[in-house]
Design a protein around this ligand. Structure first.
Ligand SMILES: *Cc1c(COP(=O)(O)O)cnc(C)c1O
Length: 360
């Protein structure tokens, strides 16, 4: 077997221990005589799995009791609509901070359902920074403020949360959830597609403050109403059963590593290794500078398209895959989520050093 180091932005690497455990349990989960994939979501065995997953997530993220955890489908992209459909209902307006493609898509979707306003944008410099945000920039009458906390494509993240007063803060955490501790009580809604840091594609996790549930617009499709899922323990219809099970294994793995404080330490160590190399290299350069740098997604360039292409091709041959940057930025991007081992980053840096000296 030769597993590669996969630097994909998502779907991304999963911890090898998780995949092995899932493989061991593939044909028979416990004494159930069946795979988790084959189980009725209404069975006792499956109920125990989804309950344990929620309990572990609550424990690891220290989710307060007045928040619901929902296991949904439709990806983070469906949340771009679910958030306004459910929340843009008091004053019919919301504030958006535009820090990249996902934030822009969320804003565009929000605009379909009410008065969405751009508070600030970093488009002027290809989204290579997070705009300065002060409290007076936000509308105190807005139904919510939406941010994309870690910008997967551009490699930025909020070094600090904006002060939005009493307005609920909604965060797309698709590419940073579980990478470090967060104070859930600072948010109205946290949502994330699972395929970056939580598990396989097909599962979307929503963490929502209870008082924000139950105010959806009349025409909201039943499946897009948070209340539907909150009232039914994410079992109004068939939930993404296998994805939830894998998330449970991922959470157990995180627990075994020491929880989110330990995750943060490891992630900082991995990111520092790569950024330090980039900052001292004569060939490679990080596209994001300073405090807004992401721990999870690190874009970099050589400045020459042919050299970028050569690097991507040669790195692939050496077992480092999916390093090609997003089509809108070019260059390269190393996504180093929780599951990327320290050793993977060490080896990548060694490979880059070697490439630099050979192509100087
Ligand atoms: C990947 C990603 C999305 C899109 O997720 P889907 O599950 O494909 O809809 C949205 N926001 C961020 C920050 C992402 O990284």
């Amino acid at each position: 077997m030769s597993r590669v180091y996969n630097f994909s932005a998502g779907p991304a690497m999963l911890p090898e221990e998780v995949l092995r455990k899932a493989a061991d349990e593939m044909l028979e989960y416990g004494t159930s005589g069946q795979s988790v994939m084959e189980m009725s979501h209404r069975s006792k065995e499956y109920q125990a799995i989804i309950d344990a997953t929620e309990e572990k997530l609550r424990k690891i993220m220290e989710i307060p009791d007045n928040y619901k955890v929902l296991f949904l489908q439709g990806g983070a992209s469906s949340q771009f609509a679910m958030v306004p459909l459910n929340l843009m209902t008091k004053n019919g307006k919301a504030d958006y901070v535009i820090t990249g493609q996902w934030a822009t898509k969320a804003y565009k979707e929000g605009s379909r359902y009410g008065e969405a306003r751009v508070v600030a944008s970093s488009k002027d410099k290809t989204f290579s920074y997070i705009p300065e945000l002060t409290k007076d920039m936000f509308d105190p009458e807005a139904d919510y403020v939406h941010i994309c906390q870690n910008n997967t494509i551009y490699g930025t993240k909020y070094a600090a949360l904006p002060d939005v007063g009493d307005v609920p803060l909604i965060s797309d955490m698709s590419s940073c959830i579980l990478s470090e501790p967060v104070d859930v009580s600072k948010f109205g809604v946290i949502y994330a597609g699972a395929q970056k840091n939580m598990g396989p594609a097909g599962l979307t996790v929503v963490i929502i403050r209870e008082d924000l549930i139950g105010h959806a617009k009349d025409f909201t499709p039943t499946m897009f109403n948070y209340q539907t899922h909150a009232d039914n323990g994410s079992m109004f219809n068939t939930p993404p059963t296998y994805g939830i099970y894998i998330l449970k294994l991922v959470l157990e793995w995180i627990e075994g590593k020491g929880g989110l404080t330990a995750m943060k330490e490891i992630n900082e160590k991995k990111a520092a290794m790569l950024y330090d190399f980039l900052d001292n290299s004569k060939m490679f350069k990080a596209t994001v500078q300073g405090k807004d740098r992401s721990l999870m997604n690190i874009p970099f360039v050589t400045g020459k398209d042919e050299l970028d292409a050569k690097f991507v091709a040669e790195s692939k041959k050496a077992g480092f895959v999916n390093l090609k940057g997003h089509r809108s930025v070019g260059g390269m991007r190393a996504s180093i989520y929780n599951a990327m081992p320290v050793e993977g980053v060490e080896k990548l840096v060694a490979f880059m050093k070697n490439f630099e000296s050979e192509n100087a």
